[in-house]
Design a protein around this ligand. Structure first.
Ligand code: ZN
Length: 387
């Protein structure tokens, strides 16, 4: 069965502050309660807290009980009809606590209660039995910069449960390498390495949160492990993180995950492996190994984390299917190589070999998401596009 995750979009902290807000905004008159009735409810609430059956809501209740009576109103749950109650979910509240079974009540766009809710009436109820109910996710790896202008409501993120995006704060290895070494397919000289390290340090001082790599992309693919480790060390000096698009996500994925973890160890820096996956039919099932490596590193005490696409496929540019060496020197050099029949034949040979090694008969497994130069190709697979 497909698993769903329901999101409640506020964290516990936001919950208590928004609740206090509601309370102070509304006097008892607004809710139409007599002070006598409020007193009775006060006693009842204390009783609920003492009995402990308010669960996650208990802290809130205590907060409210502390408030002067005249400041209370909407807190009186038994009088409230929620707009939505998500019932029987496994609540993971985002504070790092273990999950617990509970309900979440929402009114006027705010969470009014988390925990055991009892028979509070509600306009709409969702049964989340067997499902996780969690606050919005934080996307540490958004490519939201351009898109947010076209879609300011960020629905594409919201529908995936992402409510916070961290953006433009990682300093890209490809950027720094291209700046110092252009698209050269070689290792840096000592001076170039030093220059790259000082660029990383400068970025960290200017507020970057760490360094990211794209080791399947050009020119990052030309970098050896020690180059990246040294740059990660430069970021670690300023408490940065190392976020990696690892070197290979297909036939050499195991080596690539090991490399990312080892860079973390060598540079003593937290590692975030981006878009964790296994590509290529021949590699299906290897995630047992790669996940095992991450688990083992974590058990040894290393800060290694991973994230995944919210979809099953991988998404990137088409050039990624050409051998790395073909791009050396930049796009002009690539064009020259493609126009040279001998080199072109070699590129084709390597592409076909790679395809065979993934156990795919052709490129029909890959679909064009967006090709601005000819949008009629959008939605077609690569084999269809060629014909
Ligand atoms: Zn990415």
């Amino acid at each position: 069965m497909k698993k769903f995750i329901l999101f409640f979009f506020l964290f516990g902290i936001a919950l208590s502050s928004s609740f206090s807000q509601t309370i102070t905004d509304n006097g008892p008159e607004a809710a139409g309660f007599s002070s006598e009735r409020l007193k009775r409810m006060d006693i009842a609430m204390k009783d609920w807290v003492d009995k402990g059956y308010m669960n996650g809501g208990a802290a809130l209740i205590i907060e409210m009980v502390k408030l002067p009576i005249t400041k209370r109103s909407t807190i009186l749950y038994s009088q409230v009809t929620a707009d939505l109650i998500i019932r029987n979910g496994k609540i993971i509240d985002g504070t790092g606590n273990s999950w617990y079974h509970g309900d979440v009540a929402v009114k006027d766009g705010k969470i009014i209660k988390v925990g055991y809710i009892g028979d509070m009436p509600s306009t709409k109820t969702i049964d989340a039995k067997g499902l996780i109910v969690a606050p919005g996710f934080i996307d540490v790896h958004g490519h939201i910069e351009g898109g947010i202008i076209n879609t300011p409501t960020a629905n594409n993120y919201i529908f995936d449960g992402v409510t916070t995006v961290i953006t433009a704060t990682l300093f890209g290895h490809n950027t720094v390498r291209a700046q110092v070494m252009k698209r050269d397919n070689r290792s840096p000289t000592a001076a170039e390495q030093k220059q790259m390290e000082s660029l990383v340090e400068q970025a960290m001082k200017q507020g970057a949160v760490g360094i990211s790599t794209g080791l399947i992309y050009i020119p990052g693919a030309y970098a050896k492990t020690d180059e990246v480790s040294a740059l990660a060390r430069a970021a670690a000096k300023y408490k940065g993180v190392y976020a990696s698009h690892i070197r290979n996500e297909e036939n050499s994925a195991v080596d690539a995950v090991n490399e990312a973890i080892n860079i973390g160890k060598e540079a003593n820096i937290p590692v975030q492996i981006s878009h964790f996956k296994i590509g290529g039919k021949s590699n299906w099932g290897k995630s047992d190994i790669t996940l095992g490596l991450v688990k083992q590193a974590r058990e040894e005490g290393w800060d290694v984390t991973i994230d995944q696409y919210p979809y099953t496929a991988s998404s990137t540019n088409l050039g990624i299917r050409l051998p790395d060496w073909a791009f050396a020197g930049g796009n002009d050099s690539l064009k020259i190589r493609l126009n040279n029949s001998t080199i072109r034949a070699q590129i084709k040979k390597e592409m076909l070999e790679q395809l065979a090694s993934y156990k795919f008969p052709n490129y029909s497994y890959a679909v064009v998401a967006n090709y601005p130069a000819d949008t009629s190709l959008n939605g077609k697979n690569i084999s269809e596009s060629i014909n």
